[in-house]
Design a protein around this ligand. Structure first.
Ligand SMILES: CCCCCCCCCC(=O)SCCNC(=O)CCNC(=O)[C@H](O)C(C)(C)COP(=O)(O)OP(=O)(O)OC[C@H]1O[C@@H](n2cnc3c(N)ncnc32)[C@H](O)[C@@H]1OP(=O)(O)O
Length: 160
């Protein structure tokens, strides 16, 4: 199934967590599910923290990219953008907070829900809930910001 990530421009589609063009990455797909967003992922055995349980860094990474994907969906909706080519808004993570409530069992499909809790012209807050075997294991909050034109460049680059 396609997700918002399939509509990112190619030069924004290399992310390890969600880039469709990163053959080594997770390649998650984020979609609307009613008023919420959703993604699913099946961790591999090599994503182990301790035997039987998923490595927390992977879970943070999934929440991170589901958060930016959810933010992109919300901005597209707010700006009435029809997703039909590489025209999706692209967001970067400004802040990522994760709470590990229970060990996340490995071996079954993980489901992450996203709730858009705040949206402005450039910034979206997304609350995430991660479930495994129908058990709420992790919560997270992502603040995502629309990629600025000067992303990755020093602020005084034009003075050099
Ligand atoms: C090339 C693109 C590739 C995209 C890949 C995305 C993959 C997604 C997952 C990731 O791993 S992203 C990589 C990790 N993130 C970064 O490297 C981002 C590094 N930080 C930055 O580049 C800038 O700090 C950032 C673009 C996030 C914000 O800089 P700006 O100068 O554009 O923001 P500005 O100061 O104008 O603030 C915009 C809004 O965001 C808020 N904000 C900015 N930084 C924040 C922060 N750290 N925490 C909370 N809020 C923050 C800020 O308060 C403000 O809110 P309001 O509009 O309500 O006033």
């Amino acid at each position: 199934m396609k997700g918002i990530q399939d509509y990112y421009p190619d030069h924004f589609a290399q992310c390890y967590g969600c880039g469709r063009l990163n053959e080594h990455g997770h390649q998650i797909k984020t979609n609307w599910n009613g008023a919420e967003t959703i993604t699913k992922f099946v961790p591999k055995t090599y994503h182990t923290a301790i035997p039987g349980f998923v490595y927390g860094g992977l879970l943070a990474s999934l929440i991170d990219c589901h958060g930016t994907g959810s933010a992109a969906l919300a901005l597209a909706k707010a700006k009435n953008i029809v997703l039909d080519k590489s025209n999706a808004p692209r967001c970067v993570t400004a802040s990522l907070q994760v709470k590990y409530l229970k060990p996340t069992p490995i071996g079954s499909e993980i489901e992450i829900k996203g709730i858009i809790s705040e949206i402005t012209e450039r910034k979206v807050k997304v609350s995430c809930e991660l479930f495994a075997d129908d058990m709420l294991c992790v919560t997270g909050e992502v603040i995502a910001v629309l990629v600025p034109d000067n992303f990755g460049k020093p602020k005084n680059a034009n003075l050099q």
